[in-house]
Design a protein around this ligand. Structure first.
Ligand SMILES: [Fe+2]
Length: 247
């Protein structure tokens, strides 16, 4: 990866759409210089030249494997959530070493009222190690009175996330110094797991290669729309005001 001089290409390669692997090129006649591929952009070309070391056979096998993995992920989504019509998806692949993150709940800086189905797969040869702790609502309930969290009622829940992850827990500056109780999980190579990562706290202790697919689902397409993230945060505010919240 360090061989890539262009910062933008290097950044994109570390966190790219998985489709780049198998939709980023067309097969053309091998003229002795192009290896039989014509790439759509610099990122696709870097997948071939840097990640696959310009090895034609390796690139073809990797492209096929990524395409298969993509289809399996879509199948898994359809099998597990047959009524959940997603209106947007972000299929990504992370090829970068992550060590000792701060524990956090994801903040996508997207204000829409949606539920996120996130499907992860460990592509590394070593386990991907996570710590998990309280879910977002449980932890916010613990802090609620002392930190006057009622001032976030009716606002974008990402603001509450910013406050808890940044002001309370200290963000990346305070990584691994938080006081939260933890469970540690080792996801084996090839293992797949699902989650709403705005609700489930997580801290990557080690990970190097992963596929992360994000599906955006509308509340009305969920089995129980009241369980969506925004509603559960709103329900917490109502509960703390002493209002009755529907089960
Ligand atoms: Fe995260």
């Amino acid at each position: 990866m360090h061989k890539i001089e262009d910062d933008t290409v290097r950044r994109k390669l570390k966190k790219m759409t998985s489709l780049t692997f198998f939709q980023g090129y067309t097969n053309v006649e091998d003229d002795g210089q192009n290896n039989g591929f014509q790439f759509n952009d610099a990122v696709s070309r870097a997948v071939f030249e840097v990640l696959c070391n310009s090895d034609k056979s390796l690139f073809q096998r990797a492209s096929r494997a990524m395409e298969d993995a993509h289809k399996v992920t879509l199948d898994l989504f359809a099998t597990c959530f047959p009524n959940y019509n997603y209106y947007r998806s972000i299929p990504s692949i992370r090829i970068t070493e992550t060590l000792f993150e701060n524990i956090h709940w994801d903040n996508h800086q997207i204000e829409d009222d949606f539920q996120q189905v996130r499907i992860f797969c460990n592509l590394d040869q070593r386990p991907r190690i996570w710590n998990v702790s309280h879910n977002f609502v449980t932890y916010a309930r613990q802090l609620y009175k002392e930190h006057d969290l009622g001032r976030f009622a009716g606002k974008d829940p990402n603001l509450l996330n910013d406050y808890i992850c940044g002001n309370v827990l200290g963000g990346t500056r305070n990584a691994c110094r938080d006081p939260l109780p933890k469970h540690t999980i080792a996801f084996e190579p090839g293992e797949i797991w699902f989650g709403e990562s705005r609700m489930i706290s997580h801290q990557i202790l080690y990970g190097e290669r992963a596929m992360v697919y994000m599906f955006f689902v509308r509340p009305e397409d969920m089995l129980t729309g009241r369980n969506r993230f925004n509603q559960r945060v709103e329900d917490l505010h109502r509960e703390m005001r002493g209002e009755v919240v529907a089960a």
